[in-house]
Design a protein around this ligand. Structure first.
Ligand code: UDX
Length: 437
């Protein structure tokens, strides 16, 4: 099938590459000339496991090309994916200007039937708005379809190639047929393609992400309570998650959810509810609790140092909002850095992939270490913000030598409590017994 993907951000690039992998001819379009040039030269602009291989293979076989030429891409393609940003506007509602702008440009270029697919996370009613743009600008028949993307950063390729489900919002039989063919190779294991109306499809994405954010937030609160009542959240998590109705996944407490999706989507759903005179109370609480959770590690640090960390020096392991990504958008680590520095402390950080992005954001507010151990040099304590695998089993003998004191504040519960007791650490984690030694 001939496909155009408009926008080569996270979702667009993974979508385009994975669609090429099953034999489609994919033209990816972006307005950013420098970025397109880089991709034409074979450079993958994001860190995403497994993407490199597919990217290069499909470029080499001529199925994946990059261009700034929208007219050519539209002319060549039957199916047009829009994967454009929907940042929160000033009032918290998703800003649709990129999507509606692209719809207008495309509507001026179409000369025959096309299927326009919205992959971005968009408010309910967006498909209707996009359709209205086409109706206003052209007599050519188009179907505007909602097809939200559920891929997770870090496992994006795997998620695209084997999705739990594909949600497609359209009432057009013609579009349904084309999309059943297109997605067939990805659901061979039997996972469903769920057809529904456009509005239900658009809401499904927000509801899914908001539910997951709520699930995490609930466990974060349970963890906070565990500390107060002397329970262990790891045990509670397993006890709770063994109930099939709840499930074991997404129950790990930590220092709050971050990333480019959850914070934005929860906020947008609250806003959409407000606009329809519905007070989505549970999500408002989720947002409020998550804000507090992002600096819970700093609260623990302040308590330990009796509210005075002026002149103290901390090592921070982890910047990315989660492992296996260089994405630091809304990363709890940034809030931790901010709070520590505000209190007069200095910080040296290390992250396997996220350092460049943080450097671009906060410059010399912190020191950047070459590796995880040199970050510890002369630090009063170690803080952990991201559960990268390389932090899970470190050389504690080395840590002992480098850190001034054996003090660890762990926002991701990486270490065994007994082990930390045996090694004589002060170890403060989330929802578990405080190891004071
Ligand atoms: C999410 C959705 O999972 C995905 O379906 C959607 O398309 C985009 O948003 P992503 O942002 O890549 O994906 O991250 P995800 O792996 O879902 O994690 C989100 C946040 O929740 C992270 O900050 C993570 O650290 C946190 N989290 C996750 C927890 O704190 N505990 C958990 O048990 C799971």
């Amino acid at each position: 099938m001939k496909i155009a993907v408009i926008g080569t951000g996270y979702v667009g690039l993974v979508t385009g590459t994975c669609l090429a992998e099953t034999g489609n001819d994919v033209i990816c379009v972006d307005i950013n000339e420098a970025k397109v040039k880089k991709m034409q030269d074979g450079e993958v602009p994001i860190y995403e496991p497994g993407l490199d291989l597919l990217f290069h293979r499909n470029i080499a076989q001529g199925r994946l090309i990059f261009t700034t030429d929208l007219a050519m891409a539209i002319k060549e393609s039957k199916v047009i994916f829009m994967a454009l940003p929907t940042p929160p506007g000033g009032d918290g509602a998703a800003d649709l200007s990129y999507i509606l702008g692209a719809a207008k440009d495309i509507s001026n270029l179409v000369t025959e039937y096309k299927i326009i697919i919205n992959k971005s996370t968009v408010p309910v009613g967006t498909a209707d708005k996009v359709k209205a743009v086409f109706t206003a600008n052209t007599d050519i028949e188009v179907d505007v379809v909602s097809n939200p993307e559920f891929l997770r950063e870090g496992v994006a390729v795997e998620d695209f190639m084997k999705p739990d489900r594909v949600v497609i919002g359209t009432r057009s039989e013609k579009a349904k047929k084309v999309l059943t063919d297109l997605y067939g190779p990805y659901v061979r294991q039997g996972n469903p393609i769920l057809f529904m109306d456009e509005r239900s499809s658009e809401l499904t994405k927000y509801a899914a992400n908001s539910f997951l954010a709520t699930k995490i937030t609930f466990m974060n609160e349970v963890a906070n309570l565990c500390e107060l009542v002397g329970a262990d959240v790891d045990a509670v998590r397993k006890g709770v998650g063994s109930d099939d109705r709840i499930g074991k996944r997404f129950l790990f407490p930590g220092i709050g959810y971050g990333g480019s999706c959850f914070p934005k989507d929860v906020q947008a759903l609250v806003k959409a509810a407000d606009e329809n005179n519905y007070d989505f109370q549970i999500l408002k609480s989720v947002m409020e609790i998550n804000e507090k959770q992002k600096t819970i590690l700093v609260d623990k640090v302040l308590k330990y140092y009796k509210n005075d960390i002026k002149g103290k020096h901390f090592a921070l392991w982890g910047l990315a909002f989660k492992p296996e990504t260089d994405d630091v958008r809304e990363a709890p680590a940034l809030y931790i850095i901010d709070a520590l520095v505000k209190e007069g402390a200095t910080v040296t950080v290390f992250d396997p992939e996220g350092m460049e992005n943080v450097k671009n954001m906060i410059g010399d507010k912190v020191e950047f270490a070459a590796d995880q151990y040199s970050a510890l040099n002369n630090a009063d304590a170690l803080l952990i913000a991201t559960e990268w695998s390389v932090f899970r089993n470190p050389d504690f003998d080395k840590i002992d030598i480098l850190l001034k004191n054996k003090v660890v504040f762990d926002g991701r519960n990486l270490y065994d409590l007994e082990k930390m007791i045996d090694m004589g650490y002060y170890y403060n984690s989330i929802g578990r017994k405080l190891v004071e030694n």
